[in-house]
Design a protein around this ligand. Structure first.
Ligand code: PLP
Length: 363
């Protein structure tokens, strides 16, 4: 079976986990948590706050930035539902806009069309790890004096102008779930551009307790902390992230060179952008997609379809919407997500492309 996602736990994972056991420290506030946050902060704006997963990272970022009930937060129509759930936890209103034809990330013109006095923030998502178009969103947010949160759950290690994704936006959130670019099992984190807001997030993350005053609750808080066990895995993952990202890039290049055909298109990655290539998505007609899916199933190749667009989800019915989501509707029918994890061998990749070519009758 060729899996769509697989973690790669090479390196010091076992050693560091054993150290947690030997030192008898498995819960939060262990030494690996501090080390993990140092890794997170490297080459970014700094101010790293680890969390127990990527969904609460978004929630905590919104809370720390001061987003309140009934504020509007603009989001792309193609994302994982957690992006919207986090906004709804606060009682704020997700405003759903369509995505861009080329990059499949949030469409800047559509964002401009929904801005108003109630807009407090934009959450822009690096879909499939691609940070294209994010810089323009951060610029617009600055100009309009609203916050920009970059949901980089799928994009740890992505870069814009050779600068890590953790340099873009007022807050950049990550997921370290088992299927992500690097993992801590479950896990997440935030990079803030303000140390003051990061401090606020740390208090909220730790039951609302004031630093240095245990059991004194300054504000209503949460337990959103990462454990030492998670962080130990995460430190080992950060030590090998460059190898894992390089492997994913080679995989993208392989797919692109093998699948040059007028009926197949790839997500556009702007020349100044480096994607983490969480998955490689191809766009084909619904009829071709069905044929590929049948072949994949028969050959034990796992695949995914695109996320179901947010505008048609029952849970998000009450969100503010635009009239038209034509592009998301097409992508939902036409995208096929291919495996890009670093454990794939050359023969696995050849098997995937051979199957696609056979489905399309390409030699
Ligand atoms: C775009 C996006 N945002 C947020 C999340 C939530 O992250 P987690 O699963 O760690 O809670 C995910 C996870 O898949 C995601 O893809």
């Amino acid at each position: 079976m060729i899996r769509i996602f697989e973690p790669n736990l090479n390196g010091n994972t076992r050693l560091y986990l054993n150290q947690c056991l030997d030192e008898n420290w498995i819960s939060s506030q262990g030494r690996f948590v501090a080390q993990f946050e140092k890794h997170m902060a490297r080459n970014t704006l700094g101010n790293a706050v680890s969390t127990s997963n990527g969904t609460v990272a978004l929630h905590l970022a919104l809370l720390a930035l001061g987003v309140k009930k009934n504020d509007e937060v603009i989001v792309p129509n193609i994302t994982f539902g957690a992006t919207l759930n986090a906004i709804l936890y606060i009682g704020a209103i997700p405003v759903i806009v369509d995505v861009d034809e080329q990059t499949w990330n949030i469409n800047l013109e559509k964002v401009k069309a929904v801005l108003n006095d109630r807009t407090k923030a934009i959450i822009t998502v690096c879909l499939f790890g691609n940070p294209s178009g994010i810089e323009a969103v951060t610029k617009l947010a600055k100009e309009k004096k609203i916050y920009c949160i970059v949901d980089a759950a799928q994009a740890v290690g992505a870069k814009i102008f050779n600068r890590d994704i953790g340099n873009w936006g007022d807050a950049v959130t990550y997921s370290y779930f088992g299927n992500k670019v690097i993992t801590t099992g479950e896990g997440g984190g935030i990079i803030f551009n303000s140390s003051k807001i990061a401090d606020k997030a740390r208090v909220l993350r730790d039951h609302g307790m004031a630093p240095g005053r245990r059991y004194h609750h300054e504000v209503v808080g949460y337990n959103y902390r990462m454990t030492n066990l998670q962080a130990a895995v995460g430190v080992a993952q950060y030590e090998i992230i460059d190898i894992l990202l390089a492997k994913r890039l080679i995989t993208l290049q392989f797919y692109q060179s093998e699948l040059q055909h007028h009926d197949i298109s790839f997500q556009h990655i702007e020349p100044d952008c480096f994607s983490s290539n969480w998955v490689v998505a191809i766009r084909v007609t619904p009829h071709i997609r069905e044929r590929i899916e049948k072949n994949f199933a028969a050959s034990s190749i796992e695949y995914r379809r695109c996320f179901e667009p947010m505008n048609i989800q029952p849970a998000f019915e009450a969100c503010r919407k635009q009239n038209n989501y034509d592009l998301s509707a097409c992508l939902y029918k036409e995208l096929l997500l291919l495996p890009a994890h670093p454990n794939l061998s050359e023969s696995d990749l050849k098997k995937v492309t051979r199957n696609i070519k056979q489905s399309m009758k390409i030699e």
